[in-house]
Design a protein around this ligand. Structure first.
Ligand SMILES: NC(=O)c1ccc[n+]([C@@H]2O[C@H](COP(=O)([O-])OP(=O)(O)OC[C@H]3O[C@@H](n4cnc5c(N)ncnc54)[C@H](O)[C@@H]3O)[C@@H](O)[C@H]2O)c1
Length: 412
């Protein structure tokens, strides 16, 4: 009997691959190995609706429990993949057993970057990635009196908005000079800085944390490099993630900053592929962004589209991966939508004003990304323009009378 497909990692990407394989008529066994206890679930609500108590655990599940038996997907929760025997095509698991595979999919995701300062292990210091983290954070939030958030990225700002909405004092410490510097323009960063200030959030930019100060075994404050100490009984650290690349690297696969795959999401071992947050892959949208045109993308869209793309290859319909990257973030009353991939050097053109505007980004004269707030129409237009590669000049983007929609709907 065929050993089928074994998926290491039961997050959004791993789950999507399994679901899409069955949709594509794949008949061999599928085993989904995940180190978390819960059924595969959505992560985006963890820092938003789930934390705010607006949805429960069941509301997060990607499919109801019956799905797995019905579609003959063996979900093995609470197990880690610990080593790959590539010669024997077997995946070793944390309970001492192993699984044979015809094809192994690495969908191992990423983990939070730890804050490398004394006191980071104290009670009251939290991170947020999985359901267990969210439950612990929710519990801390219920009794918190003063909050410090380290990192003004997506996690930090989404959490700061939820905490501020409860009337709690929140200060965000950020190493860079502006929020979300990795992901958005300085114009969009400035908008969100003002928006959070209006919600009552305080900021310290260009700031370094030197220690978490403890009292009676619990976090009581944060010491900054400039000598200040901020009192806090809840400290959320959201300083980015590290790809879970070790399983691949220890098996001799290239995996410096993410598991290296080609345009078909294949590693150099034809029996092993990688998808989702852990994968580093080439994509035309990254041209001019990174030296070799490869990226790792930490987003739901990427996890889903890569799961689908690989499932198509494994069911006999190979295609290179080229889905347009897009993202969103809910921060208080504001929804940020991003289409495309921009870098810090990309030029910016603002369209719209006040609380409803988009920033069109250009790299080497070509549209690279569009960031929108309260301009859902711009976002959808941007997706079409970027997907089709329709030329747009910075002057056209800047002209409020220019018919962007007409351009996007025009047939090539
Ligand atoms: N809406 C969304 O798309 C969304 C929401 C939540 C989380 N996520 C994902 O979750 C992951 C984690 O999010 P994140 O917010 O931790 O990462 P991030 O990369 O978005 O932001 C990390 C921030 O921390 C800052 N930083 C790094 N080291 C620091 C230090 N020592 N002191 C102070 N600041 C420091 C960085 O400059 C950056 O602004 C990412 O993959 C993110 O894309 C996405």
């Amino acid at each position: 009997m065929s050993a089928g497909v074994v998926v290491a990692g039961a997050g959004q990407a791993g789950f999507q691959l399994a679901a899409s394989l069955r949709e594509g008529g794949f008949r061999d066994p599928i085993t989904l190995v995940g180190d978390e206890a819960a059924l595969p679930y959505q992560r985006p609500p963890l820092s938003k609706a789930y934390l705010a108590g607006k949805t429960d655990q069941e509301g997060l599940f990607l499919r109801p429990p019956g799905f797995f038996a019905e579609h003959a997907v063996a979900h093995r929760p609470g197990l880690r993949a610990v080593a790959i025997d590539r010669d024997a095509r077997r995946l070793q698991l944390s309970d001492g057993t192993d699984l044979p595979y015809d094809h192994l999919v690495l969908a191992t995701g990423a983990r939070n970057r730890p804050l490398p300062v004394p006191g980071a292990e104290l009670a009251g210091v939290r991170q947020l990635r999985g359901l267990a983290d969210a439950d612990a954070l929710k519990e801390s939030l219920a009794t918190a009196r003063a909050i410090v958030v380290v990192g003004a990225g997506f996690i930090g700002l989404e959490f700061a908005a939820v905490a501020a909405a409860r009337g709690l004092p929140v200060t965000v410490i950020e190493a860079a000079e502006r929020p979300m510097a990795r992901a958005v323009s300085s114009e969009m960063g400035a908008f969100f800085r003002r928006a959070h200030a209006a919600m009552g959030v305080r900021f310290a930019f260009g700031a370094g944390v030197t220690a978490i100060v403890g009292r009676d075994g619990r976090a009581a404050g944060v010491a900054l490099a400039d000598g200040r100490e901020l009192a806090a009984d809840l400290i959320l650290v959201g300083i980015g993630v590290l790809p879970n690349r070790e399983l691949a690297a220890e098996a001799g696969l290239p995996a410096e900053d993410g598991v290296r795959v080609d345009a078909f999401l294949a590693t150099p071992d034809p029996a092993i592929s990688a998808i989702g947050d852990c994968a580093r892959f080439p994509i035309p949208f990254a041209r001019g962004l990174t030296p070799d045109g490869t990226v790792r993308i930490e987003s739901v869209q990427n996890a889903i589209d890569q799961g689908r793309c690989l499932a198509a290859r494994l069911t006999g319909k190979p295609a290179s991966y080229g889905a347009l990257p897009w993202f969103w973030s809910d921060q208080g009353p504001h929804k940020l939508q991003i289409a495309g991939l921009s870098g810090p050097g990309d030029a910016s053109v603002v369209r719209g004003t006040g609380d409803a505007f988009s920033v069109f980004r250009f790299r080497d004269g070509h549209l690279s990304a569009v960031e929108s707030v309260a301009r859902a129409g711009d976002h959808m237009i941007a997706r079409r323009l970027l997907t089709a590669g329709t030329p747009l000049t910075p002057d056209q983007a800047a002209d409020p009378d220019f018919d962007l929609k007409g351009l996007a709907l025009r047939r090539p």
